[in-house]
Design a protein around this ligand. Sequence first.
Ligand code: RRO
Length: 311
Amino acid sequence: ASLTTTLGDYAFQNVFMNASGVHCQTEAELDQLAASPAGTLVTKTGTLEARAGNPEPRFAQLALGTINSMGLPNLGIDYYIAYAERFQEKHPGRPIFLSVAGMKPDDFPLLAQKIQDSGFTGLTEFNLSCPNVPGKPQIAYDFDTTEAILAAIFKVFKKPAGVKLPPYFDLAQFDQVAAILNRYPLTLINSINSLGNGLWIDPATDTTAIKPKGGFGGIGGQYAKPIALANVRAFRQRLRGDISIIGTGGVTTGRDAYELILCGANLVSLGSILATEGLGAFTRLSSELESEMAKKGYTSLAEFRGQLKTL
Ligand code: RRO
């Protein structure tokens, strides 16, 4: 079976990639992703200025996933643009993703302008869903601000762009968000970011797992999978056909990836499982996804993408 895929006008040799935040902060980590079986990669979300992030411990492995409150530690947008420009010289025909976020709405058009003015030829993911900056709500839960940011971005940005979305939990939210997104020339969405502001307690000590924000943090891994499936499915049913979807959330097995593709995902990204298992996760999941396809009689992803059956 072939795991090749397309997203907009771009083609990828493998459907898997990292989720932003995992194994992508430094050049060394990004180069390791590039040398792995992953079909593409995305940088850690970059901000206008480099950031140290929240105090540690700020990441923990849980029974069925992870909790994090990293707080956007990153080396700054200029670092990631420079990396991407070098990458595309070395690897022509292998498009990658920049992830960026503003610390305030006005930062987004500035980030967009920097990327627009650069030599970057790949795709840009504007992260509207970081749950972990103390005092800053997740942008994409505020629909007016989301629309204002999209309007400001697309005044200056002419390259392929997408948005990283948080999980939504009500069908009315899917309707409202999709209506906004459909008004802009987006190439993709990435759904979902971590489940914001979960809490985990150590039963031995009655203490939180992480330090920032009194222990509240974004939940990923198996806890997130049904929410991710629902979000990818709901957006695939509502978005323009020319908006592709990166499916993210709780993929731990090849079967999980298969299900996200059934819901409509063009690429599948690995967060918690990549953090806990390492780069070997790409090899294992590729092989498991191929087995699942063989079992169902499919030889390409296009044959079952979006083909979820309902009762
Ligand atoms: O850095 C983080 O705390 C973080 C970000 Br920007 C994000 O988008 N999602 C997440 O779970 N953590």
